[in-house]
Design a protein around this ligand. Sequence first.
Ligand code: 8YV
Length: 331
Amino acid sequence: MPSKKPLVVVTRKLPDPIETRMMELFDARLNVDDRPMTKAELIEAVKLADVLVPTVTDRIDAGVLSQAGPNLRLIANFGAGVDHIDLATARQRGITVTNTPDVLTEDTADMAMALILSVSRRVAEGERLVRASKWEGWGPTFMLGHRIWGKRLGIIGMGRIGQAVARRAHAFGLQIHYHNRRPVAPRIAEELGATYWESLDQMLARMDIISVNCPHTPATFHLLSARRLKLVRKDAYIVNTARGEVIDEDTMIKLIETGEMGGCGLDVYEHEPAVNPKLVRLAKAGKVTLLPHMGSATIEGRVEMGEKVIINIRTFLDNHKPPDRVLPSML
Ligand code: 8YV
């Protein structure tokens, strides 16, 4: 008799080729309507599943995990960030957690670059003007932005994505500065002409553009606190493609409103998916560019993320260490 296929609950709609393959390999419960699951539905899922495949929109907290059934041994997250999963509780309960790093690095770095260009060169604002049929023609002082070539970019978090942003920005003629727990290998620093700042405070006070590329962990919650945001130069701006919680969003908004900070480009928000209406007002005033968490949203990236999920599940079920295991100590 063929052995029973593992029950894999997938919380959101994934790209078609991934869902097809999952149906072949597993007893896959898919979410074809793509409606985010309620807490009650998540609890139902962890009670039954052998493997849960959540995304950033699912809060897998201690309350949910306390209801997990004896079969749940793996949470194979579709996404690199795992701040929506209580890793310590998962570990205590003997549940392995995996994620999908690497395959979204280049796409996310592209989006950071897009935000840098959009804020400094008023790309989104210009597009909105033409789309509203309000453009009356060229003028010597019309739509002036700021040159990025030669400016100082401060990258917070020089992991895979931070380095990919640095490579792009270096090619655009920006001077690369970064803050990280450790300096990068000398070969990489040399290639990028990158300057390491052990002190985030000192770096912030000197940058023209700041890019947030660190994960959200208890240690990085409001890393850009009110105190630190006040160190940022009056004409500088911040782009964030990591997690909203890394920045004290209310303070950042106030500083932009009062002209004490130049602006910002955001793909992620502190209270996602809610976007503070004040940010929307600032976007209308041309001070900020706002995107709907689409940093890794390419067809290629999302299929490769799904493939990683499948590889993690397969290796785990074959009693091997899955390649993208996340340990609380790694964060
Ligand atoms: C993903 C992301 O789309 O991977 C991440 O951490 O922020 C996004 O690029 C999302 O998390 C999918 O769960």
